[in-house]
Every structure is written in C-alpha cells, then in structure tokens.
Design a protein around this ligand. Structure first.
Ligand code: ADP
Length: 428
C-alpha cells in the first residue's frame, strides 16, 4: 500500500484540529484550557510513539515495527516496507555470491581475489591446497607475504601479467604451479594458480627422450662414417656403382650427423643447462668473428657480405648460445640466398635496445609461413631445405636462446624480394 502526504495537507489537519478544539472550548467557556489540553495530548501521543520507535530501532528483536494508527501507523508501514525490500535485495545478493563461490569452488584451479593493493579478499579451497592461502584466515594479508619466491616478487614488480609466472608450490615442493593474474571487477585482481606438474613431467620426459636418442645415435653414426671413409680411402678401386653407393651413404650419414648434433644443441638449450654460465659478452667482437667464420661457409655461393658493426656493444649472457643463435641467422641467409646474392649484417643500438640483423636478397618467405618458422622441424620448402642440409631446427634453437636472454626475434620478409631476421636485446 502506498501512502502519500503533502505539507499542505498536514498543515490543514493541524489547523482544523486546533480550530475544532477552540470551538469546543469556546462553547464551554474554556477556550485556552481545551486548546492546551488537546495540544498536550497530541504531544504526549507523538512522544510515546517516538519512544516506541527508538526502543524498537535499538532494542527490538522483531523486524516488524510496533502497531499504531494514524500518521504513526503510516510511518511504521513505510519503515516495514523498506526493511522488506532491503532484505529481498540482500537475499538476491547472497544468492549471487553463493553461486559465484560454488562456481569458483568447482574450478580445478586455485582462485584468489585480491584488492588493488594485493591484499587477499577471498580464496577457494584449492587455494589452500596449492598455495597454502586460507580463507577467511588470511583475509587482509598481502599475497607476497604468503608466496615468498623471488620469481613471484619480480613478476609483481614487472607488472606484465600477459604471460604466466611459474613457481613451486609453497606447501608442496613436488608441485609446479603456473600463476596468472588478471584485472577483476573495477579495481580488484584475480589470481589463478594451476598445477602443471604433470605437463612439466611429460615435457621433461620428451626432452630427455630426444636428448638420449640423439646421444645414442652418435656412436653408431660415427662407426658407419668411419667405415665408409675407410672404404673410400682404400687403394683397391671400387666399381662405379659401389662408388656412387658409398658417396650417397656418406652424404646421408653427414646429414644425420648434423641433425643429431642440432638435436643435442636444441635439448641443451631447452634444458637451459648452461644457465649458470652467464657473463659479460662482447657482442661486437662476437659478430665480427661470426662474419669471418661465414666467409668459409660462403666459398661456394660467393655472396657479397656487408657488415656494419658498432663497436663496444656488450650483453650479459652465454657466449656459446649467443654465437650459435647469431651464426644460425647468417648461415641461413647464406644457405637460402642464390649465388652472388647480397647479405647485410648490422649490429647497433636502437633506442634502448641492441639490434642485430641479417638481411638478404634471397627468395623471401611467404607471410603465412613467417609465424611458423621457429617451430621444430618446420621447413618452408622441404626439398629446398634438404638440398641445403637444413633440419628445421635452427630457428627453434634461436628462439630458445633468445628466451634465456630476454631477446626477441622479428622477421621481415617479402616473397621473392629477400628477408631480414632481426634480434632485439635489452641494453644493460
Ligand atoms: P633449417 O635448418 O631448415 O634452415 P631453420 O629453422 O633455420 O631450419 O629455418 C626454418 C626454415 O625457414 C627453413 O627451412 C627455410 O625454409 C626458412 N628460412 C630460414 N632462413 C631463411 C632465409 N634467410 N631466407 C629464406 N628462407 C629462410
């Protein structure tokens, strides 16, 4: 029921009440007394209801307000109506929160809601199993007080939440976790942690398998190659068809040998076995050596190799890996550019980055292939690559080396016009 009262109506009621009591008083000859008694009665009635209202508001246990007639009845009805509405809203809100929590509890990942200042607001059960963060016990704590890993602190400091952060579970050292953070609501952050131990173990098994197989293949290959060379070097003249057969065996064994060698390099780089071996590397000198080495690879095709190498550029890293990555780009340019092509090698500082580039005027790469070049065993043209002895592992090695050195590879290529492979490193 809706009740509406205007100031005018209220005033009219008071004045008519007073006039009525004045008339009654006049008729019995006690105008002042009657008006005073009526006014006092009215005041007493209002005060008694005010008293009831205060008592109900502060001490009352029931949600329904006291009963009354007249204007106080309307006031109590209005209050009761508001309370009911509020309760209904609260119920709906609770229902929504319950649904959200049920959803978050059903997640296979740990979920934490953090404030903008990284204080814990809420967490699901998985958060206590994977991260040791208990809800509501840890509410208000800063997340980096509970997850104390240097890599996590750096992740928070960098603020680049595009990529995940990998950590060991703070409560179970056998669990490897992948943490992701994302904006949530207007100024909150959602942290999700996933157990990736199984995936990591499988990945490790794959890497070990490749490394072991490659290693085991090396000995038989060396033996076969040794015998082939022995037969070829022997004095007794071989019949032409045997000569051809042995020369084919030698070529194929060399190819396999290169492939095995590259697989071993890739697994070394993937496993990051040389991660401790980082020191200051004179990149300018390293590139100069590579260009000199490349002249040896270039004997057949006779490309013109221009180099523009700025002096005194250095970088913190693994010299062996850096050399392998840079040489890979240059040997690809030599391998894929037809005879008498032009290759430009440059090293310079570009803004706050070190820029190393190898540009050729070879066949170029079609745009649809560019993004796949760093995949293992990806070759644009298998037959052309086979001729050059390519395995499709070179750029995969480059990618892993750059990952260890916070570097980026950018490939610019125009089909039939040439390609430019650019590496960017952060300056010190
Ligand atoms: P590969 O050992 O086959 O050279 P890479 O991973 O080094 O393997 O290169 C992958 C593929 O990228 C190559 O097979 C080749 O098709 C293409 N590619 C690499 N560099 C160049 C280049 N400079 N010009 C044209 N194609 C290239």
């Amino acid at each position: 029921m809706y009740f509406r009262i205007t100031a005018r109506a209220l005033l009219t009621r008071i004045i008519s009440g007073l006039i009525a009591s004045a008339i009654v008083g006049y008729l019995i000859g006690q105008t002042f007394l009657v008006v005073s008694l009526v006014t006092i009665g009215l005041l007493a009635w209002h005060y008694s209801h005010l008293f009831k209202l205060i008592q109900w508001l502060w001490q009352g246990k029931s949600i329904s307000p006291p009963q009354a007639n007249g204007v106080w009845g309307r006031i109590y009805d209005g209050l009761y109506r508001r309370i009911r509405k509020q309760r209904q809203k609260q119920k709906q809100l609770n229902e929504r929160i319950r649904k959200f929590r049920d959803g978050a509890e059903a997640l296979p990942d740990a979920a934490l809601v953090l404030s903008h200042e990284l204080n814990i607001l809420w967490g699901n059960k998985k958060a206590s199993q994977l991260l040791g963060v208990r809800w509501p016990g840890d509410v208000g704590q800063r997340i980096d007080n509970l997850i104390r890993f240097p890599e996590f602190s750096k992740y928070l400091e960098d603020g680049d939440f595009e990529s995940p952060c990998l950590i060991i579970s703070p409560i179970n050292t056998e669990l490897q976790l992948e943490l992701r953070m994302m904006a949530y609501g207007s100024d909150q952050i959602l942290l999700l942690a996933r157990d990736i131990s199984k995936i990591q173990r499988l990945e490790e098994m794959r890497r070990d398998f490749v490394a072991n197989v490659s290693h085991e293949l090396k000995t038989p290959l060396t033996v076969v190659r040794g015998y082939v060379e022995m037969v070829q070097a022997s004095d007794s003249a071989l019949e032409p068809h045997w000569q051809k057969a042995f020369s084919t065996i030698e070529t194929q064994v060399s190819r396999m040998d290169r492939l095995v060698e590259q697989l071993l390099v890739l697994s070394r780089v993937e496993n990051n076995v040389d991660s401790d071996n980082h020191h200051q590397v004179d990149l300018s000198r390293l590139i100069l050596t590579i260009v000199e080495d490349a002249q040896w690879l270039n004997q057949e095709k006779k490309h013109v190799i221009h180099s523009d190498i700025a002096p005194d550029i250095s970088l913190e890293g693994n010299e062996h890996e850096l050399k392998s990555a840079c040489l890979n780009l240059l040997s690809n340019a030599i391998a894929y550019t037809p005879e008498n092509g032009v290759i430009d090698v440059t090293l310079r500082i570009d803004g706050n980055k070190i820029r190393f580039s190898v540009k050729d005027n070879g066949p170029g790469i079609k745009p649809e292939h560019v993004n796949r070049l760093t995949e293992r065993f990806f070759r644009v043209d298998k037959s052309r690559s086979r001729n050059t002895g390519g395995s499709g592992l070179g750029l995969a090695i480059v990618k892993h080396v750059l990952n260890h050195h916070h570097g980026e590879l950018s490939i610019e290529s125009d089909w039939q016009q040439g390609s430019e492979f650019i590496i960017f490193f952060k300056t010190l």
